[in-house]
Design a protein around this ligand. Sequence first.
Ligand SMILES: Cc1ncc(COP(=O)(O)O)c(C=O)c1O
Length: 380
Amino acid sequence: MPDTPAWPSPARRFSPPARYCAANHFRHFTRGRYALGEAFRLAGIGRQGALLAPAYHCVTMLDPALALDAEIHLYPLQADLSPDPMALERLLGTIQRPVKALLATHYFGIAQDFSHLKAWCVDHGIALIEDCSHVLLTEHFRAAGTGIHGHFVTSSPYKFFACDDGGLLYAADAQRLDPVATTPATLIEELRGLKNAVERSRGRTLPSRDSASIDERLELLSATKLDWGNDQLIDRDGPSSLFSIASATTSSLRSSRFVVDHSSIDENIQRRRENYQRWVRTVAAVPNCRALFPLLPADCTPYMFPLHIDHPNPHFHWLKHLGVPIWRWDEMADSTCEISCDHRLHLLHLPCHQALTEGQMDWMTAALEKTLRHAVEGVQ
Ligand SMILES: Cc1ncc(COP(=O)(O)O)c(C=O)c1O
């Protein structure tokens, strides 16, 4: 299989969009999860072939393997969220079924060096599937250090652009994609996508509360007995409701691809980096938390800002009640990886999207800072 990536590096913006490699290296899907599904299938994942997947994951990373009825083995990660090589070796020795693929993720857009992992996979006859869902990676641009090593590479352009959908599958060896056929979206779907894209381009609305009302709301929240919700782990034997077999082979909308091809990559990178750095500066002096990656690598386009908090109960819930758009992967499957088990409840994903305005960043950073400074019962 050729190792040479189809993209030149570095690549920036193309107007009109230029294709550097033949389109047959790519297949378009509505979401990254369906691109992953095809990569898994092509690698031989299914009843006869097992998958090695990272212990830190969201449900949509495993859904496509569960849809193929595959055995999934979760491998542990190190503190920087790179795969733990010793633990991987030990884990492989315990698996009875042939392991056909390993999924490796560049979390939050921070590029990992997968060169050794690739060599390890090749030695063991395992396909490396590089998960670039958090990476700015399109047919015309890939962030430095990503999309190079995977036999298959998948990404989620809809996460980085104002478009309605978009999942990309790339194979260094274009012939491996020969059996992949996708169905184009219908005219109605195209029109709906256009409408959604226009609405999305207007930006998202955040609660229009001023800084004083954050204090008031926090006083109220801290005096209220909140329901922390259900933090139980869910043991699934099939895909979640976020995975639709019916959509698995539908290709992304033409309008989505147009938006991706004609948006300014440079502006996107610059705005995301500014917002990420703003979070880093905000949390530097705030107690009860730490930035997971305080140093943003020079070539990196961040997807989200990962923040580790000491007291998810109550801080996560207070932030949610205030209306701060935060996420965490609390539905992940259980594993022996201490880091992933900790991050399940303690690691927040904060937005750094290019469309966020100064006012929105002001409000979110104020809400975060005030919340994390707010006294927690029983903690000095
Ligand atoms: C790391 C990672 N990989 C894959 C996926 C699946 O991506 P998509 O939402 O495009 O299906 C996600 C979803 O958020 C993700 O976070």
